[in-house]
Write a protein that binds this ligand. Sequence first.
Ligand SMILES: Cc1cc2nc3c(=O)[nH]c(=O)nc-3n(C[C@H](O)[C@H](O)[C@H](O)COP(=O)(O)OP(=O)(O)OC[C@H]3O[C@@H](n4cnc5c(N)ncnc54)[C@H](O)[C@@H]3O)c2cc1C
Length: 160
Amino acid sequence: MYPLPFSQKHINLVEGKKGRLLDLFESWCSEVITLISETSESKILRRDVYDQDIIRSWGRGRVTLLGDAAHAMLPNLGQGGCMAIEDCYHLILELEKVATEGITSNEISLVLQRYASKRIARVSAIHVASRMASEMLSKYQPHMDFGSGRLSGCGGAEAQ
Ligand SMILES: Cc1cc2nc3c(=O)[nH]c(=O)nc-3n(C[C@H](O)[C@H](O)[C@H](O)COP(=O)(O)OP(=O)(O)OC[C@H]3O[C@@H](n4cnc5c(N)ncnc54)[C@H](O)[C@@H]3O)c2cc1C
């Protein structure tokens, strides 16, 4: 057990973003509290994330989307970037066929549609799974005896 640099009373007095973080992480180990305490308020950046439903149409004509532009998802499964990379790979495979199969530039919209229709099922499944992972992270409470607290306090109290 390590002594905390900030008392509970002090934590409650700290205003703003730092105060909010100290409040959220109050049951975590002293290293985490020290890290937050010694970071200046101006260096703490808040970036909200928003959930949005998947869209089924990624393009029109000779224009298509990939990555977050097509299917931004919540980050708690760590798959958004992976899906963007897979999109690129499959788009390249489809575009290679333009050269090898002699597809004319007029037919490129069909190639782009094929790329999107090949990707949509997998991306939709990952999108739903990411939403579920985020729900689990934010909803499960310590009184359920597993999972996270207000942020992810799992094990935080025991680490003291
Ligand atoms: C907190 C957090 C944690 C994450 N963790 C993971 C993880 O562990 N693993 C994972 O795979 N994914 C993770 N992701 C998701 C991942 O970061 C994104 O899915 C990924 O970056 C999407 O790549 P992208 O190229 O589609 O879009 P972006 O990375 O957003 O790239 C788009 C680019 O276009 C630029 N741009 C925008 N508008 C214009 C314009 N008009 N002109 C020119 N340029 C423009 C932007 O500046 C940006 O550089 C996480 C996301 C968040 C928020």
